[in-house]
Design a protein. Structure first.
Length: 285
């Protein structure tokens, strides 16, 4: 976000030694009191003037509930504030979904967080959790996105899914839906599908990268979800291809790269993040 020209005040939801994709991690999970104290400091200096709020990985229900209070307060002082929520809860491995945060976060996301969010970026498993509906086809995915719109957000992007891609098995489908109310009160929905080449490795942090870049590119292209998603997914591809190439080189031929070798090559991808060459096109549905 900083590379793309945004001033960012970062507040950690957890203070960990490393991400949880490693065998071990140490550190602290922040609760609502600690978040409130940090926000209070910003408020006392009158620097809590924001255009966007972006939230991701959280492990504590009280922290998450406090986020909602803060977002509502910030929206009272800036009615144009956009809240981008990545409802990080879990994912699918080999077709089986599982949560990697405490299960009691789900009702907080569903009942409190999503209703105040403007943009949400769940993966397929998280979209299913939030709506209580399974997705087997693209039609069902679009229906689930409509259910998510009905909960509050104007923009819903399912960042990854296990749906069959028209381009074949080597591609991963993301779906986007942007619903806006026109001046005369009628609702208009733009829907897109993005197919990107699969990269055979387990990366950690791709969802965070996706949400941050989607925030930036929807800011720069507010009425064009197609272009915003093309730039976001293309930049992701550049980062992942650079990461896998580097990881394989470090691991040596025939060896499987480990978590440390698969750390996203963010700094090395600065140019691709700032100005991504469009290598993935979106289809308007």
């Amino acid at each position: 976000l900083q590379v793309l020209g945004f001033e960012v005040d970062t507040v950690n939801s957890v203070q960990f030694s490393n991400h949880t994709g490693y065998a071990h991690w140490k550190g602290q999970v922040l609760n609502s009191d600690e978040l409130h104290e940090l926000y209070d400091g910003l408020k006392l200096n009158n620097v809590n003037q924001y255009d966007y709020v972006l939230t991701g990985y959280t492990r504590d229900t009280s922290f998450l509930a406090m986020v909602v209070d803060i977002v509502q307060e910030l929206k009272q002082q800036n009615s144009n504030l956009v809240y981008v929520c990545d409802p990080v809860m879990g994912d699918k491995w080999n077709g089986e979904g599982s949560m990697y945060v405490p299960k009691d976060l789900l009702p907080v996301y569903r009942d409190k967080v999503v209703p105040v969010a403007d943009i949400i970026t769940p993966n397929q498993f998280e979209a299913e959790l939030l709506t209580g509906r399974k997705i087997h086809t693209e039609k069902e995915a679009l229906e689930v996105m409509d259910m998510l719109h009905a909960m509050g957000p104007e923009t819903v992007v399912i960042t990854s899914s296990d749906l069959q891609a028209p381009l074949g098995n080597d591609y991963l489908i993301a779906l986007g839906s942007h619903r806006k109310t026109k001046a005369d009160g009628t609702k208009m929905t733009q829907r897109i599908r993005v197919e990107s080449p699969k990269v055979d490795a387990v990366f950690v942090g791709t969802g965070d990268l996706f949400a941050a870049m989607l925030l930036a590119w929807t800011h720069k292209h507010p009425n064009n979800l197609k272009v915003a998603c093309e730039k976001t997914v293309s930049a992701m591809q550049h980062v992942l291809q650079r990461t896998i190439k580097s990881a394989k080189a470090q691991a040596g031929e025939g060896n499987k790269p480990n978590s440390a070798q698969l750390e996203l090559r963010m700094v090395q991808s600065k140019n691709d993040i700032e100005n991504p060459e469009i290598i993935v096109k979106a289809t308007v549905l």
